[in-house]
Write a protein that binds this ligand. Sequence first.
Ligand code: FAQ
Length: 319
Amino acid sequence: MNHQEASMTTDAQFQQHFDDKIAADISIEAKDWMPDAYRRNLIRQIGQHAHSEVVGMLPEANWLTRAPSLRRKAVLLAKVQDEAGHGLYLYSAAETLGCTRQDIYQKMLAGQMKYSSIFNYPTLNWADIGVIGWLVDGAAIVNQVALCRASYGPYARAMVKICKEESFHQRQGYEAVMVMAQGSEAQKAMLQDAINRFWWPALMMFGPSDSDSPHSAQSMAWKIKRHSNDELRQKFIDNTVPQLDALGMTAPDADLAWDGASGHYRFGEIDWAELNEVIQGRGQCNHERLQAKRKAWDEGSWVRDGAMAHASKRAANAA
Ligand code: FAQ
């Protein structure tokens, strides 16, 4: 057997071992052999997910100084801090795949890596904050509970911790909208307006429809994704419409109706052109969000420099 044949046999054996683990639902760990495409796909998805968490802090932080009570402010502050923590767990999970946090973060700042479309919509009133907790975190949980069983161990384990916190986020959001739904006519109108603006963008969080999703088939074969974009979107709608009814609110979708035959809610056509525009960087707040993150990066340089100087000094002392 020549050298080339030997290395091909080895690669085939590695691949077989990987395939067997995926088939048997055994986690792939950082030091395990994995196909390059699996590694690249994970860095892409986990990186995008991490960026979403940290960009997602911005629309909510916009209301920290204007929360209607000390209790609401404390809850919102805790939530925004949790999102920073989620970003850290996810950047750490991505780093186990061999990328650096700095590299993928810079790619996000340069517009070369994506973050969730939902964070490119403005938060115009206090009801938006309740609706983000209820709908946006609600959608995130539906997606992320499935990711707790992702085949890559460090990602799956990060998701378990994140889901526990997202669950608190969703509940605080629903509690906030419940209070508004039982409030004055002005509060009810404000809530309905927030639902009208966030309903469709929340459905878009699940990504393009299955027929237009280039990564889904392979990601599902690798068991990174356990359900398709459309399956998760439907699950979210089925979970959420009864909550909407309980609030006495409506969705801005004339086609939304229970379908007894399928056991699911039917819903109207999503504006895929809008999702594409937002994903391509032309949403309402894309520019503002990236500018805010670039500014924070520049203004934080003295902290990074100080931390690096401290680390170098400790290393020199230890040598
Ligand atoms: N926005 O082939 P697919 C949160 C991109 S929750 C932007 O279907 P895939 C909690 C996609 O990346 C939000 N881009 O891709 C929170 C790909 O682009 P690429 C974050 C989108 O990966 C709450 C292309 O389109 N959650 O942060 C979107 O199989 C409140 C083709 O799409 C996650 O990231 C979109 N909506 O499925 C935080 C969950 N949809 O890379 C703060 C983990 C698609 O080829 C406050 N991610 N794209 O250039 C996932 O589950 C998946 O990545 C999907 C997309 C489902 C998002």
